[in-house]
Design a protein around this ligand. Structure first.
Ligand code: AVJ
Length: 302
């Protein structure tokens, strides 16, 4: 609540993207992945299949695979199939339901794998149990989820992860690459309106959980390319002058004013290399798909 009030009180109204992923939001995101315009998920999945043997070669015998923001663990099986030397899977996920379901499903498919699920926010302070710390750590952070963080948060995440995973670790990070703006705009504003529904669901959630009175239909979804900051942005734009009440407070929106709901940063090999370098890591190997380009970076402590 305090978070939402603070976001609505700033000159550029903002809400944290993590609130997009309630049960309905997660289901809508999966639907986005099936739209023809949203290329990142299918491109990354195809890339992972393509490079699975290369990834396996980087993974030591008996390693623990630690996945950040694992969700439904959809891409994990590609790595587990290619690298049977992995002994332990450590999914870190804030949604208990998603975590339980993913573990139940994978436990059936990989009966000899050890599971050490951690329910928590991957951007927070994390600790691994001793049983996991004794093993070589391979971090897995697919989906270009890193692109949703601000540059300072990306750096903090990578610095903390370096401490968490230790000196002999490898960190595999999926990152969406810079590309022509029309492809990006279409990916974040699909013709069927699924992304628009995903964005508006945030207001429904705030109405339901925090007792606000957003008139959902009075906001339209907008995807914007921010060239200076090299990121896609999602906004909800007020169609007319209006007020919203929340927690006994009134927030006014003028016509055309936007509520900024998400950033998805896009990378070049140079920008990702610079991010790694200022965060205690270095790129040891990288794989980039054909256009629309999506990359997998293998990092080791610098
Ligand atoms: C799952 C956070 C990586 O930023 O591309 C998709 C979320 N937002 N369409 C992304 C999203 C709008 C997605 N991530």
């Amino acid at each position: 609540m305090a978070d939402v009030v603070a976001g609505l009180s700033s000159p550029q109204k903002t809400l944290s993207p993590k609130y997009l992923y309630d049960a309905r939001g997660s289901a809508l995101f999966e639907e986005i992945c099936r739209t023809p315009e949203y290329y990142p998920t299918r491109t990354e999945t195809a890339l992972l299949r393509e490079i699975a043997a290369d990834l396996s070669a980087l993974i030591p015998k008996g390693a623990a695979l630690i996945e950040f923001g694992s969700g439904a663990s959809d891409k994990t099986a590609i790595v587990l199939d290619a690298a049977p030397q992995i002994s332990t899977y450590v999914p870190i996920e804030i949604s208990h339901d998603a975590l339980d379901q993913a573990v139940a499903r994978l436990a059936q498919r990989y009966p000899s794998l050890d599971f050490v699920p951690i329910a928590g926010d991957f951007t927070g302070e994390l600790r691994l149990p001793e049983s996991v710390r004794a093993k070589s750590a391979v971090g897995f952070f697919p989906g270009s989820t890193i692109g949703n963080l601000d540059p300072a948060e990306m750096q903090q995440f990578l610095l903390r992860t370096r401490v968490l995973l230790g000196e002999d670790s490898v960190l595999l990070v999926g990152a969406d690459m810079l590309k022509d703006v029309p492809t990006l705009l279409a990916a974040y504003d699909d013709a069927a309106g699924v992304t628009a529904g995903f964005n508006r669901n945030l207001l429904e959630r705030i109405n339901r959980e925090l007792g606000a009175d957003f008139d959902i239909q009075a906001f339209r979804h907008e995807a914007r390319w921010n060239a200076g900051l090299q990121r896609m942005e999602m906004h909800l734009v007020s169609l007319h002058d209006q007020h919203v009440t929340l927690g006994g407070m009134r927030f006014s929106f003028s016509q055309g004013e936007s509520l900024h709901t998400e950033n998805s940063h896009k990378f070049s090999t140079d920008s990702f290399d610079a991010l790694a370098a200022r965060s205690g890591w270095q790129i040891v190997q990288q794989w980039i798909s054909p256009a629309p380009q999506f990359a997998m970076f293998a990092l080791v402590p610098a």
